[in-house]
Write a protein that binds this ligand. Structure first.
Ligand code: CTP
Length: 396
């Protein structure tokens, strides 16, 4: 694919975008407008891409090559990062007087724009109009996001280019079949925390990676996704709405509303099963060698939601140390789940914190399917593949 920089200060990040895409195994070339070179050098783009960039100096050469057409025929996608208001305007009106706008109208199948500009410019009706035109032409926009902006005194606002780390997933999503288009997907992720006093809590080492991967995969397949997350260090996937919670009670509270009109709930959260019978309002001092702690059960979120279930598909996760399959099938029946993804805590494929996981899918009527060890992101797609035939027909 071609990654094209246009003339905004975020062009300093274009080499990082190229590197992230190369690290993800994608073939990249760089292109740049003349104004992009006010912010990033030709050499840094060349090094990051591993080849000479396409720019005005390489455009009109006497070697008989019509370079924008040749590059457009080679590329499966064009990523404009950063995309200025001017670049968006040129492309929306079909101009071809710089290398990027010329590439846009030369037949590259997919175009992804990463806008970067000041908040007032982004919200101006002229820019909104141009963005709508690009979308109508089948282009995709990623961001901008809220963050610190370049202009002096501006502080944070909507207009910052998405971080380079988010780009490979967005490019993959361009080629992804959008088989969850029009679907509402609800995902829970991470651990919960049950406080004993203001500074101590019961929890577990869940990182949230599995749930965040499911949210990202569903979004890439066209779903509108709400992610209810316990404490996690992970960045929210672009385009996903995240609701942060701490305790099991809060997680249940945050899930109930969106569950009503969801098509799917994937419950990956490692919910703490116990909480203190009484939460101390002051820090508990260490008086004695022994300290008794009275615990009570937290709400079973899936059981509570089962009351409100209509035709939503519901998927649970389960971590078992022995008799996994029987217990998982029994759990699927008891919690009225379509299926349970069974994983084991103490293996080399250990789920907690890692990037890989191995699960066995167990349905309520006892069907068992062992999936291979997969990256959590790939596993997320495998789970969604198994959900797809169970979804209710789309209501128009
Ligand atoms: N879960 C939940 N509410 C809880 C605990 C767990 O909704 N209070 C969900 C988890 O998110 C997971 C599924 O239930 O999707 C299975 O979790 P697990 O703890 O294995 O189930 P339990 O029924 O609590 O298992 P056990 O009876 O073996 O403790």
């Amino acid at each position: 694919m071609v990654v094209a920089a246009t003339g905004g200060v975020a062009a300093i990040k274009t080499p990082a975008v190229l590197r992230r895409l190369r690290e993800a195994g994608m073939g990249v070339r760089a292109a740049a407008t003349e104004d992009a070179y006010r912010f990033v050098t030709r050499l840094s783009l060349a090094v990051a891409a591993g080849s000479e960039p396409f720019d005005r100096s390489a455009w009109f050469t006497a070697d008989g090559q019509v370079r924008h057409l040749e590059w457009a025929a080679w590329a499966d996608a064009l990523v404009v990062a950063p995309a200025t208001a001017d670049a968006i305007s040129s492309a929306a009106s079909g101009r071809a007087d710089d290398v990027v706008s010329a590439l846009v109208i030369s037949g590259i199948p997919k175009v992804l724009w990463l806008p970067a500009m000041n908040t007032a410019m982004w919200s101006h009706p002229a820019v909104r109009r141009n963005v709508e035109r690009l979308e109508a032409d089948g282009h995709t926009l990623l961001g901008p996001v809220i963050g610190p902006l370049a202009a002096r005194g501006e502080g944070a606002g909507l207009g910052r280019m998405v971080e380079p780390d988010a780009v490979p997933a967005a490019v993959e999503a361009l080629f992804q079949e959008r088989d969850f288009e029009g679907r509402k997907v609800l995902v829970s992720a991470g651990p919960t925390r049950e406080y004993l006093d203001p500074v101590r809590f019961l929890s577990n080492p869940s990182s949230g990676k599995m749930g965040y991967a499911v949210a990202e995969a569903a979004r890439a397949r066209g779903a509108s996704v709400t992610l209810v997350s316990g404490p996690s260090a992970l960045d929210v996937p672009v385009g996903v709405e995240r609701i942060r919670v701490e305790s099991a009670g809060q997680m249940l509270g945050a899930l109930i509303g969106p569950f009503a009109d969801a098509d799917l709930l994937v419950m990956t959260a490692a919910v703490a099963d116990w909480r203190a019978a009484e939460v101390a309002t002051e820090k508990i001092a260490k008086f004695d060698e022994r300290q008794a702690l009275e615990l009570v059960r937290t709400p079973d979120i899936l059981m509570a939601l089962a009351e409100y279930r209509r035709d939503q598909v519901v998927v649970g996760f389960s971590m078992e140390t022995d008799k996994g399959v029987e217990r998982a099938a029994e759990k699927a029946r008891r919690k009225r789940l379509d299926f349970v993804c069974l994983n084991y805590p103490a293996t080399e494929d250990s789920a907690f914190g890692g990037d890989f996981n191995r699960v066995t899918v167990v349905t309520s009527n006892g069907e068992v399917e062992e999936l291979p060890r997969l990256r959590k992101r790939e596993l997320a797609d495998s789970i969604l593949d198994r959900v797809l035939p169970r979804l209710r027909p789309i209501q128009s």
